[in-house]
Design a protein around this ligand. Structure first.
Ligand code: HEM
Length: 395
């Protein structure tokens, strides 16, 4: 039996329970077995502690001012030349590159081929991870994903490990300083490998998972947010000069369209929540999508897009879309930035990658292509855009 929880307070209560363990990815185990989001208890705590080191406060400033602008410019320039851009395809291109940087997947400099290969792999991994929602042959997808994982290990993970092992050797010999090492997940994992149980296959899947967690979520957030902005704003380009409002638009869209519409758990023992009791071994489905539209929390217009809505004390504008409790999203600040305060200086604010990408696109006149309407992805029951044609201002 499955217990379904769809109210905001109940969802928060369930997500915080330590006796409920992850079960969302049971069908996608070929990709998701023993990766962070699937671990529980002490093994999860230890690995999360190590990986969190990459996302310290100073990392975001370094990332938004140094890594991000370069990658965005490189990815955007071919589209500026043609004046056409499919948001889903562009999202993959830019976010695959950004995510590979902090995951620690090396690519030859400016290699379009490596980007294309990684994009294809990521599409496949993401279809496998969310296999429970697939509308096509699941075994065929699993077989394809296993083959792709082999290639991912040989072509990307092993060379990246060899490169970092050499750097660590140079550090030991005094030829490099701590600050010369890349700041990425693979690097921190290799340095703690003897303390964490990380055989090669687990390390490869962890790399694939991080690439997926970082890219796939933000790609679909980008497309949903742009769509909402096109529907809501009379003059979308005006948001370029009001980035705090633009960030609120992105957060409001994340509330309405959480990357994962549900979280799922299985109980390790009988659990008494405030409103429901769960038996040992029972599955619990927490609807983030419905909790985020709870009218008692977000008001009578909870189901509509209103980035200027008043929020109650302690209620985040993105609702529960980044989860809560032990599996709360590690990339929240990276994707969504920090929440502004009354005295926030817009020039110094940390906006998150999705807002910054949309701002850049709007600054280049992004608007829907009137001749080619967008379409949802038919291969999954999830609410994802499969294609979203847009036009940019003529160069
Ligand atoms: C709009 C963008 C994103 C959304 C909506 C999102 C959403 C989520 C959610 C709902 C969870 C919790 C899953 C659960 O409770 O079962 C989660 C976990 C996680 N997310 Fe994100 N995420 C986003 C971006 C990112 C980015 C950019 C990264 C890159 C580092 C990332 C890394 C992770 C990791 C590593 C976990 C697992 C944490 C753990 O199990 O301890 N996410 N995310």
């Amino acid at each position: 039996m499955t217990v379904v929880i769809s109210d905001y307070a109940g969802a928060m209560d369930a997500l915080r329970q330590r006796d409920l363990r992850q079960s969302l990815y049971d069908e996608g185990a070929v990709i998701m077995s023993r990766v962070l989001v699937n671990l529980h208890g002490e093994e999860h705590r230890q690995r999360r502690l190590v990986e969190s080191q990459v996302f310290r406060r100073d990392f975001f400033r370094y990332y938004e001012t140094e890594v991000f602008p370069r990658t965005l410019e490189e990815c955007l320039s071919p589209y500026l030349a043609t004046g056409r851009l499919d948001l889903v395809e562009f999202g993959y291109r830019v976010l695959v590159n950004l995510t590979a940087d902090f995951t620690g997947i090396d690519r030859p400099a400016n290699s379009t081929d490596a980007t294309e290969t990684l994009m294809a792999m990521l599409r496949l991994f993401s279809r496998t991870a969310i296999l429970a929602h697939s509308t096509v042959d699941r075994d065929a997808i699993r077989r394809e994903a296993l083959d792709a994982l082999d290639t991912f290990e040989t072509d990307f993970v092993k060379p990246s490990i060899a490169h970092r092992t050499m750097l660590l050797h140079d550090l030991d010999n005094g030829r490099l300083m701590e600050g010369d090492l890349p700041r990425d997940i693979l690097m921190v994992l290799l340095r703690k490998r003897s303390e964490l149980d990380l055989p090669d296959d687990v390390l490869t899947r962890e790399m694939a998972f991080f690439a997926l967690a970082g890219a796939h979520t933000s790609i679909h957030t980008l497309t949903h947010a742009v769509h909402e902005i096109f529907q809501w704003a009379t003059d979308p380009a005006a948001l370029v000069d009001d980035p705090l409002l633009l960030q609120r638009c992105v957060l409001e869209s994340i509330r309405l369209h959480p990357s994962s519409p549900i979280a799922a758990r299985r109980s390790l023992c009988p659990v008494a929540l405030d409103t429901v009791s769960i038996d040992e071994g029972e599955r619990v489905e927490i609807s983030l999508e419905m909790a985020n539209r709870d009218e008692r929390v977000f008001g009578t217009d909870a189901a509509s897009f209103n980035p200027q809505r008043d929020l109650g004390k302690g209620i985040s504008p993105y609702g529960l879309s980044f989860g809560m409790g032990m599996h709360a999203c590690l990339g929240l600040n990276l994707a969504a930035g920090t929440l502004p305060r009354d005295d926030t200086d817009p020039a110094q604010h940390h906006y998150g990658t999705v807002t910054l990408i949309i701002r850049e696109l709007l600054a280049h006149g992004l608007h829907p292509d009137p001749k080619r309407p967008p379409a949802k992805d038919p291969t999954t029951a999830r609410d994802l855009w499969g294609t979203y044609p847009t036009l940019l201002d003529a160069p």
